[in-house]
Design a protein around this ligand. Structure first.
Ligand code: FES
Length: 306
């Protein structure tokens, strides 16, 4: 009888050609998500066929409809619609592994509605970027790159929202989050805590996930600054988008980039540091020129906060 090898479970089971991959997995207690109950309507049972695509049955009508809608490449299959055929083995990876994977099928909704005319605001601006993402993405299949990014952004979004912020913009593998508070101390505390929790989440959840699935490292760098910006909406009625503009935004982005030179993960500006210095545990402090900015700037590595 042909075999099905499951990753990341590292299990092999015998496949009965009369049953779907989903049924075969269920018979052996391998957890495959099946929100629609195996009717080819939700796509949560999707798997990636790593080897042996030729030994899979052709797509059913239901699967074809989903695959076309979601632009799945040939190797992404719905396990509830796919049988093994012939005598060849297949190797597959479960793609929807937990609650986070299920949730990221719906997209992000963030942030307050800002005045169309534009207003001045004092905001905490946090930039985060994945280290070495170009080489990581070159080593992954396109589907995996997008899935990984969605998972990462989903997790970061949850933390940022927990601390009163929201993600205003995604730039490739980077994100910009904003924290607005009438009390600058509360804004500083919330945004620093969010940064610390983001690093913790990456270390404890994202990095092991990436290591297990792709045997690669996963790290991020974070930069935080605060200041007055102009917040408003741009674009036409159809594609209207919130945005912020100002020197503080550029500086926050450059602080994030400085992590690469200093070998740090989380840097804040002096302005943020001064608001919280009694509560912060810091590592490296550095006075560095920032590309595109006059003079030198004091940056502080955040290690913890009480
Ligand atoms: S379980 Fe819903 S599509 Fe397969």
């Amino acid at each position: 009888m042909p075999k099905i090898f499951f990753a990341p479970d590292r299990r092999a089971i015998e496949a009965d050609p009369d049953e779907t991959l989903l049924k075969a997995a269920e018979r052996h207690d391998i957890p495959l998500t099946r929100i629609c109950g195996g009717r080819g309507r939700c796509s949560t049972c999707r798997v990636m066929i790593r080897e042996g695509l030729d030994h899979c049955s052709p797509r059913t009508i239901a699967e074809t409809a989903i695959a076309e809608k979601m632009a799945f490449p040939p190797e992404i299959r719905l396990s509830c619609q796919t049988h093994i055929r012939g005598s060849g083995d297949i190797t597959l990876r479960r793609l929807v592994q937990d609650e986070a994977d299920i949730e990221i099928t719906s997209l992000f909704v963030n942030g307050p509605e800002w005045n169309i005319a534009g207003t001045e605001k004092f905001l905490f601006i946090l930039f985060a970027d994945i280290r070495g993402f170009t080489s990581l993405s070159e080593a992954l299949l396109p589907y995996d790159v997008i899935h990984l990014l969605k998972r990462y952004f989903h997790r970061m979004n949850r933390i940022i929202e927990n601390y009163g912020g929201f993600i205003d913009n995604y730039m490739g593998d980077g994100l910009m989050a904003l924290f607005e508070s009438e009390d600058p101390l509360a804004g500083a505390y919330g945004s620093v805590r969010a940064g610390i929790e983001m690093l913790k989440e990456v270390k404890e959840r994202m990095a092991p996930y990436v290591a297990e699935n792709w045997n690669r490292e996963f790290k991020i760098g974070i930069g935080l600054h605060c200041g007055m910006v102009v917040a408003g909406t741009v674009g036409t009625k159809k594609d209207c988008k919130q945005t912020i503009i100002g020197d503080a935004v550029n500086l926050a982005s450059r602080i994030e980039s400085a992590n690469k030179d200093l070998g740090t993960s989380f840097l804040i500006s002096e302005k943020v540091y001064n608001l919280l210095k009694d509560r912060l545990q810091t590592g490296i402090t550095a006075k560095i020129p920032i590309r595109g900015k006059a003079g030198e700037h004091n940056l502080y590595e955040v290690v913890g906060i009480s």
